[in-house]
Design a protein around this ligand. Structure first.
Ligand SMILES: [Zn+2]
Length: 282
């Protein structure tokens, strides 16, 4: 990662913007251009974290972000003077990565990706919509009527948090419903339900958080979020054994055609699972 500031352009800027979104600066967008909004958010972030609020993102800001759990693709933490403790932590994290299931690189990414906007539309139908300045999405065609159905996931009644659904009834895309039902059954059969602490949402007509142009896969009724309290957007999801870790759920999810947000190359979204391909359930 190189030093970036107002006026900088490129991948490093985009990555920094994803980090800021993860810190709840949702006004920032991942444009790759270090604009006024990115500058203001950076200064605010620095001020709140006891860093020099100059809007220049260098070693100290990256270190802080890394300490907060953001996994920069090209970041090699070198402890600065007086930051030995953080350096030690970073080192420990690294050695964990070599051990079986305990590191942040487990489980490995599957051999497929989450669908691009064009592919999602092809697979799940064309959503015609309009949006306002605030990014509120309003559906304009009968896509919802044609595609979104109520399905029952009985396992939702057996996890830590009981609300957010009606006795297991949730909304989902009809084409992906069989594999959603099958996945939760498989999780239960594998004894993994105790790892699920909370359930958040599936179908929601909205943009990707932080964007005002790109529809979320939640808008297609093909994504859902769990363990949201311990898997904040933009942070490295907790490793196996840590509270709220859902990494052990991922291999089965992949088997049933779901891609895990913790595998997103830039902005990690550990709470998030989305349908990447339609699986026929016998
Ligand atoms: Zn999500």
């Amino acid at each position: 990662m190189k030093v970036i500031k107002h006026g900088s352009i490129g991948d490093d800027v985009e990555e920094w913007q994803y980090f800021l979104m993860g810190e709840q600066y949702y006004i920032v967008e991942g444009t790759g251009v270090f604009d006024d909004i990115t500058h203001a958010a950076t200064v605010d972030f620095q001020r709140r974290n006891g860093l020099k609020p100059d809007g220049v993102v260098g070693k100290h800001s990256y270190l802080k972000a890394n300490f907060l759990g953001f996994d920069f693709s090209d970041f090699n933490p070198i402890p600065a003077k007086g930051e030995k403790k953080e350096g030690k932590k970073a080192k420990k994290k690294q050695s964990d990565a070599n051990v079986d299931m305990s590191g942040k690189h487990w489980p490995p990414e599957p051999n497929f990706k989450g669908p691009s906007p064009a592919l999602a539309q092809e697979m799940f139908g064309k959503i015609k919509y309009k949006s306002d300045r605030k990014g509120q999405v309003t559906l304009l065609n009968n896509w919802e009527k044609k595609n979104i159905i109520t399905i029952n996931i009985p396992q939702l009644n057996k996890i830590g948090q009981r609300w957010g659904h009606k006795n297991g009834d949730i909304l989902f895309h009809k084409l992906a419903a069989p594999q959603m039902i099958a996945l939760w059954q498989a999780w239960e059969d594998a004894g993994l339900l105790p790892l699920i602490t909370d359930w958040c949402c599936t179908y929601s007509m909205r943009f990707v958080r932080g964007s005002k142009t790109r529809l979320s896969n939640h808008a297609y009724g093909t994504a859902f979020d769990i363990n949201i309290r311990s898997n904040a957007l933009g942070k490295t999801p907790p490793v196996v054994g840590k509270p709220g870790s859902l990494r052990k759920l991922v291999p089965l999810a992949n088997e049933f055609g779901f891609y895990w947000g913790g595998h997103f190359p830039r902005r990690k979204d550990g709470m998030h699972f989305e349908v990447a391909k339609i699986i026929r359930i016998a």
